[in-house]
Design a protein around this ligand. Structure first.
Ligand code: NAI
Length: 258
């Protein structure tokens, strides 16, 4: 049996990536751009976004950034339409932006943390997906990748809004994979473990090392690029039969008992 000539490249396709000013979003933007994709980047952090856009431009890649607060549904629609108009379509959507708010169940700020977490970690996903669908339906390589977390597979005390939202992202991924499958649109998610990004920056290095030694099979935190490669894999034209999956990129955190 001869192998089919499936493409292992995203070259020429347009990727819309949220939370691209830092961490995994930045690494994903740079990786996709270096693989020849055109990258439409959004973030609420205008300064950080401009830095990433300039760095990608300096490599001679095709990139444009839009400052966007993902809690604003109308702005999401406008930005996705603007990005698709600028690049002549949209093929791949990476829902990556996120926040992590500590929220003990009996804390005064619990309900505020719940609302904010759900706004950014899951409601924004359905809004970007709904706004992107007309473009994905026109694409030769329609791909949606949601960034969930190992917190969607297990739990840490004091963070139930984050855990609930991330668990929801896995459910959303599965449900939309079923609904959009007949149209050839794949929907997958990544569950990163402990990664060195803005989100984990404040954790002291020693605590990171102790945690990694105890809990992670590979005994370390990962660099954001190591997660971006998982996202890229889901977006390849060759990954045509993968949908509804959640991929832990966690150094073995979720399979390690002792
Ligand atoms: P990060 O803090 O470095 O990057 C998150 C980006 O999202 C920032 O640039 C931030 O400005 C942006 N963002 C936040 N709120 C926004 C809003 N309202 N509108 C637009 N952009 C907004 O963090 P990291 O770690 O790179 O986070 C990426 C994703 O990975 C998040 O969904 C996070 O929950 C998830 N994750 C992170 C893990 C880690 O260990 N760092 C582990 C598992 C999941």
């Amino acid at each position: 049996m001869a192998l089919t000539n499936l493409s292992r490249s995203v070259e020429g396709y347009v990727a819309f990536i949220t939370g691209a000013a830092s961490g995994m979003g930045e690494a994903t933007a740079k990786l996709f751009a270096s693989e020849g994709a055109k990258v439409a980047l959004v973030d609420v952090n205008a300064e950080g976004l401009q830095r990433v856009v300039s760095e990608i431009e300096a490599e001679g890649c095709s990139v444009r950034g839009w400052t966007l607060d993902l809690s604003d549904g109308d702005a999401i629609k406008q930005t996705i339409n603007a990005a698709a108009a600028h690049f002549g379509g949209l093929d791949m959507l990476v829902n990556n932006a996120g926040i992590s708010i500590p929220a003990p169940i009996d804390g005064d700020e619990y309900e505020a943390a719940w609302s904010k977490s759900f706004d950014i970690l899951i409601t924004a996903h359905i809004r970007t997906i709904r706004a992107s669908l007309p473009y994905l339906r026109e694409s030769q390589n329609p791909r949606i990748v949601n960034i969930a977390s190992t917190e969607g597979l297990g739990a840490t005390k004091g963070g139930s809004p984050y855990t609930a939202a991330k668990t929801g992202v896995i459910g959303l991924t599965r449900s939309l994979a079923v609904e959009l499958g007949p149209e050839g649109i794949t929907v997958n998610c990544i569950c990163p473990g402990p990664i060195r990004t803005g989100m984990t920056d404040a954790i002291p290095e020693e605590n990171k090392q102790v945690y990694a030694r105890r809990r992670v099979a590979l005994k370390r935190y990962a660099e954001p690029e190591e997660v971006a490669h998982g996202t890229l894999n889901f977006c390849l034209p060759a990954s045509s039969f993968m949908t509804g999956a959640h991929l832990p990129v966690d150094g073995g955190l979720t399979i390690k008992n002792a």
